[in-house]
Design a protein. Structure first.
Length: 453
C-alpha cells in the first residue's frame, strides 16, 4: 500500500498548480527526461512504480526508453509521488546539479537540455522558465546547426556547380570537335555509300545471272539424278532376281534335287491321280490291246479332265468349283483382298482376312485340295501377325511386289498339266494365269461356295 502524501508532497502539488508549461515540452528536453526516468527506473521497487509501468520493471534502460517512453512521460507529468521518487534518485545521481537548481543558479557550463530535464523532474522555483529557456536554447542551437549545415551545403553546391560548368564548357568544346569530325566522316561515308550502292546493283545483276545458271544446272542435275535412280532401281531389281535365283539353286543343291525334279514328280502324281479318277468317272472296264489298235489311223481328240469336270455347268454355279477342286492334286490360289472387298468391303481388313481364311480352312478340310491365299503386303510397314489356319497357306507380297504379280508367279511355278484354279475378279490376273495354264474363276463363285460352308 502506498503511504498518504506528506506535507512536502502537498507543497509540490501546490507549486505544480501555480507553475505549469503553457506549451508542449520541447522534443530535446523530452528525450532527456525519458532517459533520466529510464535510468532511475531500475532503482525503484515494483510497489513504488505506477501500475501502468510495472510491466516494464525488468526491461533494460534502453528498451524502457524505446517501448515505455510515452508511458513514463505521462506518469511523470500526472503522478507527483512518482515524480518525487525519480527526483530523489536524480539528486543522488547528480547532487551538484540538483543543489544548483534548488538554489536557483544552474551551472553556466552545464548542457541546457540536462538542466531543463532535471528542472522538469525536480520542479524547483522557476522551473518553467528554465525549461522554456532550455527549449529556446536548444531551438537556437538547432537553428544555428541547421544554418551551418545549410551554409556548408550551399558552399558544396557552389563548388559542384563551378565544376559542372567547367566540365560543361570542356564537354561542349569536345562535342564541337567531335561534331566536326563526324560531319567529315559522314561526308566520306556518303561517298562510300554511293559507291557501295553502285557495287550492290552490279552484284544483284550478277546474282540474278548466277541464279538463272544455277537453276538450269539444278534442273539438269535433277534429270540426271532421276535417270540414275531409275537405272539403279532396275539394276537392284535384276540383282534381286539374280540373288533369288542363286539362293534357289543353292537350296536345291543342298536338298540334293532340282526344282524341275519336284515339278516332274508333282506332275506325275497328278497324271496318275487323274487317270484313276477318270477311270472311276467313266467306269471303264479293264482293257487289253486289240489287233485293231495297231492299225495306223486318225483318232478323234479326247476331252481333258478339266473339260470333263466343267461340262454341263455354268461359270456361276458353285458346283463348278467343287468339281475343279475334286480333280487330283488340285491347287486353289485366292486373291485375298479381291474376294473380301467383293463380298464384305465394309469390314476392317483384319476381320476380312479372318473371315476369308476361316471359310477356306473349312473348304480345304472338305475337299482336300491345296489352298494358297495371297494378300497385298507391299504397303505394310511391319509384317502382319497372323496364325494361318490348318490346310491354308497364307502369303503376303514383298515390298515392291504386288499381290497380282505374286499370284502370277505362283501359277507359273506349277508344272504344266496340274489343275490350278485362281480366284480373282481382276481381268489382268485372270489373263495372266490363263497364259500359265491355270483356270481363273470369279470371286463371286468362291463367295457363293463359302456361304454353304
Amino acid at each position: 500500500m502506498e503511504q498518504p502524501a506528506s506535507g512536502a508532497e502537498s507543497a509540490d502539488s501546490a507549486d505544480d498548480a501555480v507553475e505549469a508549461l503553457d506549451r508542449p515540452l520541447p522534443e530535446g528536453v523530452r528525450r532527456r527526461v525519458v532517459a533520466l526516468v529510464s535510468d532511475a527506473f531500475g532503482a525503484l521497487t515494483v510497489g513504488e512504480l505506477p501500475a501502468q509501468l510495472r510491466q516494464y520493471a525488468r526491461f533494460t534502460p534502453s528498451r524502457r526508453a524505446k517501448f515505455a517512453g510515452n508511458a513514463m512521460a505521462a506518469a511523470l507529468e500526472g503522478d507527483a509521488v512518482f515524480r518525487r521518487r525519480i527526483g530523489e534518485r536524480l539528486a543522488l545521481a547528480q547532487p551538484e546539479l540538483a543543489a544548483a537548481l534548488e538554489a536557483g543558479a544552474p551551472p553556466a557550463a552545464a548542457d541546457p537540455l540536462d538542466v531543463a530535464a532535471a528542472a522538469y523532474v525536480l520542479r524547483p522555483v522557476g522551473w518553467v522558465k528554465l525549461v522554456a529557456a532550455a527549449g529556446e536554447e536548444a531551438q537556437r542551437a538547432d537553428a544555428e546547426r541547421i544554418d551551418e549545415e545549410n551554409r556548408r551545403e550551399l558552399e558544396r553546391l557552389r563548388e559542384e556547380l563551378g565544376q559542372i560548368r567547367s566540365q560543361a564548357r570542356s564537354d561542349t568544346e569536345r562535342l564541337r570537335a567531335e561534331l566536326d569530325a563526324a560531319r567529315k566522316e559522314t561526308d566520306s561515308l556518303h561517298r562510300k555509300l554511293r559507291s557501295a550502292l553502285s557495287d550492290v546493283k552490279r552484284g544483284e545483276a550478277a546474282l540474278r545471272r548466277h541464279r538463272a545458271e544455277t537453276e538450269t544446272a539444278r534442273a539438269e542435275a535433277a534429270a540426271q539424278l532421276s535417270a540414275a535412280e531409275s537405272e539403279s532401281r532396275r539394276l537392284k531389281a535384276r540383282l534381286g532376281e539374280a540373288e533369288a535365283s542363286v539362293e534357289a539353286g543353292r537350296r536345291a543343291a543342298r536338298e540334293g534335287r532340282s526344282v524341275e525334279d519336284m515339278r516332274l514328280r508333282l506332275l506325275l502324281d497328278t497324271v496318275l491321280d487323274a487317270a484313276r479318277g477318270l477311270r472311276r468317272e467313266l467306269a471303264l472296264p479293264p482293257s487289253s490291246i486289240r489287233p485293231a489298235d495297231s492299225v495306223d489311223a486318225v483318232e478323234p481328240s479326247r476331252m481333258s479332265p478339266k473339260d470333263i469336270a466343267a461340262r454341263a455347268l455354268s461359270d456361276t454355279d458353285p458346283a463348278l468349283l467343287d468339281q475343279l477342286l475334286a480333280l487330283p492334286q488340285a491347287h486353289l490360289i485366292v486373291d485375298g483382298y479381291n474376294v473380301t472387298k467383293t463380298g464384305y468391303p465394309q469390314m476392317p481388313l483384319e476381320k476380312q482376312r479372318l473371315r476369308l481364311l476361316g471359310g477356306l480352312s473349312v473348304l480345304a478340310a472338305q475337299t482336300g485340295a491345296e489352298m494358297t491365299c495371297v494378300f497385298d503386303g507391299a504397303e505394310l510397314a511391319v509384317p502382319v501377325l497372323l496364325a494361318p489356319p490348318r490346310g491354308v497357306r497364307v502369303l503376303f507380297s514383298k515390298a515392291g511386289v504386288t499381290a497380282d504379280e505374286l499370284i502370277r508367279q505362283l501359277a507359273r511355278a506349277e508344272p504344266p498339266g496340274r489343275p490350278v484354279v485362281v480366284v480373282s475378279t481382276d481381268r489382268e490376273v485372270a489373263d495372266g494365269v490363263a497364259k500359265a495354264g491355270a483356270r481363273p474363276v470369279a470371286s463371286a463363285l468362291l463367295l457363293k461356295r463359302l456361304s454353304r460352308v
